[in-house]
Structures are given as C-alpha cells and as structure tokens.
Design a protein around this ligand. Structure first.
Ligand code: FAD
Ligand code: SF4
Length: 508
C-alpha cells in the first residue's frame, strides 16, 4: 500500500475495464484501488447466483490484473467478517483505514448508488463520466430536447454517423439504415445452433462459487454448472466465437424461439459488455469487419450493431434523462402481484415454463423471450411495474438498473405511456406460435380462443384491449385492433372477458 493514500479509486462490479475514466484519473504510485463485494447490493433483490458468482469472480480477476500492473488494491470480500455489506459504510471504513480524504469513481449505472456517492461520506468524492458509452448525458439531452417522441431509430442514425459504422460516405451501407424486416424468420429445430463457449472454473472462480453458495444460497437460480468467462481474454474468445458462428444467422432468426434451445444465434455477450469485459465499439468494429470480408451478411451485421450503438445507448440515455421519477411510472394502472411461477417456472404454459426455466438455469434469456413471453404475459395480466422490474433486475446476469429498467418499464410494460415504445408490445398466442415451436407441446391449445384449454394469451389479449380502451384506443398504431374489437359481437366479447376473468382468478 502507498504509505499515505492520496485518493481511493472505487471500482463498481460492472466497471471492470482497464480504460475506465477513474483509473485514468489516478496514479498507481500514490492512489489505491478499492473493490467491494456488498451483501446489501447482492440481496436488494434476489440476484441470480450465477450473476453474483460471475461478477465477484470477474472482479477478483480484474483486481489481480491491476495488482500485476502495479496498482495497490484493497479488496473487501463478501465473507470478510469486518465487511458491513453497505456501500456508504464500506467507503467510510476504507477512507479511515487508508487515511484518504478523496475518492474518485466512474459514474455507477444505478441512480441509487450515485445518490449514495453524492451523500455525506466524510471525504471529497469525484464522479467521472463513464466514457465507455458513445453518448454522454449532455449529448442525449440535447438530442431529446424539444422532441415530442424519442424514437430509437433517429437516435441510432446519429450514432451511425458519429461512429462511421456501416456508412458509405454520408449514406448508410446498402442504402437502408435498418434491415429489421428481413430479420423475422421463425427457426426450426434442424438449424445448427452453436452454444457459446463454456469456460472451466479456475481456482478463483471455484472459491467464489463456494462462497456464493454458503453466503447467498437462498438467492434465485442455479449456481452450477457455471461456465461464464470471467476475464477479458475469455470474453474476447466468446466474442470471436459469436462473430464466426452466430453472427451470419443472427439477423434472420433474431426473433425466433425453440424449445430446449437457450441461445440460438444470439451473441450471449450482454453480461460481458455490461460488466466491462468487452468494449462495445470494438465489438461492433469486429462485426463490421466480418461484413466487409464477406463472412456475415448486411442484415445480420446491421441488426447486431443497431442493438449495441442504437438500443443499448438509447436505453441508457432514457434512464438518466428520466430518473428518478421513471422508476415509479404506472401509466396503465397495473396492480396485480407477480405470479409465483415467475420464481419457479412451474406452469402449464410451455412458452413461460421454457423462458423461466432457462432463466433459472442460465441467468439468460434472449430478447424475444424477455419481451414477448415473460414481459408480454406480465403486461396482459397487469403486473405492478415495480414488481416485474425487480424480477428482471434479479434474474438476468446482464441486469443493471440503467439498462434493465427502461427495457422493462418502458419497452415491455408500456408503463411510461409511450415515451419509449410507440405502442404496447401486446400480442396473442398466434405470435408465440408463429415464432416458436412451444405451442406444439403445450397443455393449452393455441388455436382455441376461449373456454377450457384455450391459450391464455388469446383471451388475455382481448381483455387487455378492452380494459385499456380509454388509454389506448386513440393510439393510431392500435387503430386496427380497436376496430376489430369494435366489430366483434357482444357474446364473443363476453366470452373473451369471461375466460380471462376465470383464468386470472386461478392466479390468485
Ligand atoms: P443479442 O441479441 O446478441 O444482442 C447483442 C447485444 O445488443 C446485447 O448483448 C446487448 O448488449 C445489446 N442489446 C440488444 N437489445 C438491447 C436492448 N433492448 N437494450 C440494451 N442493450 C441491448 N439487456 C441488458 O443488457 N440488461 C438487461 O437487464 C436487460 N433487460 C431486458 C428486459 C426486457 C423486458 C427486455 C425486453 C430486454 C432487456 N434487455 C436487457 C435487452 C436484451 O434483451 C438483452 O440485451 C439481450 O437479450 C442480451 O442477450 P445477447 O447478449 O444474446 O443479445
Ligand atoms: Fe404459450 Fe399459448 Fe403457445 Fe401454450 S399455447 S405455448 S400458453 S402461446
């Protein structure tokens, strides 16, 4: 340790990048790097055990890399008897231990943690921008300022221009900005899906796995088998594997779901990107390279790059623009508690048991499972936005509030009244049947609309439409649905609503 510590550099669990702004502002000869494993943060919601093991192991590996580079590192482990488990208390304790009067941190990805750093910690705190993102808060605010609707597509075009990714001079490569219409093929079981590479736990990871089981055994999810990369080197191998084997088909089958196939052609890189093990822009440049060398088609590469420089950046912009009020929005007045089966996967609805069962095993589900299965069901039955938000925050390895909250509250639950999505992502069982093979083995019949054995998504969909007429009928993108509902005979309407009511009663 330096004899007198000039300042403490606090590294959050998702700040595991060597080019972090806080590290760049510090001096290895005089300053000290602090890592904290905090019980309060691991249990504020029931975070998946795989997620916690991933973050703690990746933190420990990163701490080791910094030590090897000459940094002094103070690492407070979760099971250290002196660890109070709370951010403010641990910062104060570390400041006392090291006689430091100053702390520097890259901005955390959680409003609450930023508030804590801005509170009275008894030392000077410098919060630096997170330069790992392309768009800072000021730039997003300037883009959003004066716009009635904050549509991702226009923001994305700005990011394409800014980065030069897939640009042909001032024009988009291939003439179109967005090739999403080519990306809606249903998959079939015969496709050759390549699972992400599995990394064997090393000694550090094995110790972490033991600790998580002993200290946080009651948290959600299956801890083992544990296969995540926990170092930049292994995360980069996973990225190269995806570019070689998944990217070429990523676009075509982006919205597909297949029973017993968790990953399809998705990258399964979000938790590495979010934790800081992968640089998002570098990853996009690699994907662009694959297109330029003819190893992946334009629709796939554009789709992948859009998710990262478009959706990911836009979602973060919305979070910081709209917090803290955003966490309490409830435009549709949803008040139902989250059904218990979200924690067990035990339901006869095959699409839900698949998505939740896989979530429990892997701390992963792909976008369409999150949006059009677990999210859709919660939307249709009207789960309290805060409850479904806390579920998503807990169960996915990539879930940090800045990215999870707008995706859940805005995109999937329409709780912000259309700030993020131009209409609710509401659909009946027909959508799930078109995009998956789950219905073939489901206890419910997807073509049955009402009564015994009818797919719940069918009657819940029309019940949702009817319940929210006042708030949604005026939305031009919902016009066709409301026209169909309006033309429907009264006895049919009643059958839908009675079936939905009977089903909702079974949920308690
Ligand atoms: P791919 O399908 O391979 O996509 C590539 C990358 O694009 C992802 O790794 C991710 O970094 C980025 N990306 C794609 N869509 C989004 C998006 N909507 N917002 C932000 N980044 C995006 N993503 C998270 O990272 N953390 C979350 O907590 C999270 N919660 C979500 C909750 C709901 C209800 C929904 C609908 C989406 C959520 N997403 C979240 C976005 C998306 O589902 C995941 O990023 C994606 O499924 C991760 O899997 P992948 O790495 O295989 O992604
Ligand atoms: Fe899901 Fe309905 Fe299909 Fe069953 S029939 S898998 S509940 S969409």
């Amino acid at each position: 340790m330096p004899s007198t510590t000039h300042k403490i550099v606090l590294i959050f669990p998702d700040h595991l990048s060597p080019d972090l702004s806080s590290l760049a502002a510090a001096n290895p000869a005089a300053d000290l790097v602090l890592f904290l494993e905090l019980r309060a943060e691991a249990t504020n919601v029931s975070h998946h055990k795989k997620k916690l093991a991933f973050l703690f192991s990746a933190m420990r590996h990163f701490a080791g890399e910094l030590r090897a580079e000459g940094w002094c590192v103070d690492y407070v482990a979760l099971d250290d008897p002196a660890n109070t488990g709370e951010l403010a208390k641990e910062v104060k304790r570390a400041a006392k231990r090291h006689g430091a009067g100053k702390l520097v941190a890259t901005e955390p990805g959680d409003w609450r943690q930023r508030e804590t750093l801005q509170g009275d910690l008894g030392l000077d705190v410098d919060i630096l921008p997170d330069t790992r993102f392309l768009c800072d808060h000021e730039e997003f605010e300037a883009w959003a300022n004066g716009r009635k609707q904050l549509r991702m597509e226009y923001f994305y075009r700005e990011m394409r221009r800014k980065t030069g990714l897939l640009m042909d001079g001032d024009a988009p490569e291939g003439g179109e900005w967005n090739y999403d219409k080519e990306n809606r093929k249903p998959a079939d079981e015969d496709l050759d899906f390549r699972a992400p590479p599995r990394v064997k736990p090393d000694a550090i990871t094995k110790r972490v796995l033991k600790m998580v089981e002993a200290e946080l055994g009651d948290n959600f999810g299956d801890l083992e088998p544990f296969w995540f990369a926990v170092t930049r080197k292994d995360a980069e191998k996973a990225a190269d594997h995806f570019i070689a084997h998944g990217l070429p088909d990523f676009g075509d089958y982006q919205d597909a779901m297949v029973t017993d196939e968790a990953f399809l052609f998705h990258s399964v890189l979000s938790f590495y990107i979010n934790a800081g093990l992968l640089d998002p822009l570098e990853l996009c440049r690699k994907a662009e390279g694959a297109y330029e060398e003819g190893r992946a088609p334009l629709n796939a590469v554009e789709g992948f790059i859009r998710q990262i420089i478009g959706w990911r950046e836009y979602i973060r912009g919305i979070y910081w623009l709209k917090m803290p009020d955003y966490q309490d929005v409830n435009h549709l007045g949803a008040e139902r508690p989250l059904p218990d089966f979200y924690w067990t996967g035990e339901t006869d609805m095959k699409c839900l048991s698949e998505a939740i069962g896989q979530t429990k095993r892997e701390a992963y589900a792909h976008h369409i499972q999150r949006l059009m299965v677990t999210g859709l069901f919660a939307l249709l039955i009207g789960v309290r936005p805060k409850e479904i938000h806390e579920w998503y925050l807990a169960v996915y390895a990539d879930a940090f509030e800045w990215v999870e909250l707008p995706n859940v509250i805005g995109m999937s639950q329409y709780a912000d009244g259309g700030l993020l999505a131009s209409k609710p992502y509401a659909a009946s069982g027909a959508y799930i049947n078109r995009m998956s093979n789950h219905c073939e083995t489901c206890a419910y019949k997807v073509h049955r609309k009402t009564g015994d054995g009818a797919c719940p998504f069918n009657h819940l969909y029309w019940d949702f439409i009817a319940r929210h007429t006042k708030k949604l009928a005026g939305n031009p993108r919902m016009g066709q649905m409301y026209a169909t509902w309006g033309r429907m005979k009264d006895d049919k309407k009643k059958a839908y609503r009675d079936s939905a009511k009977a089903f909702l009663e079974t949920l308690g």
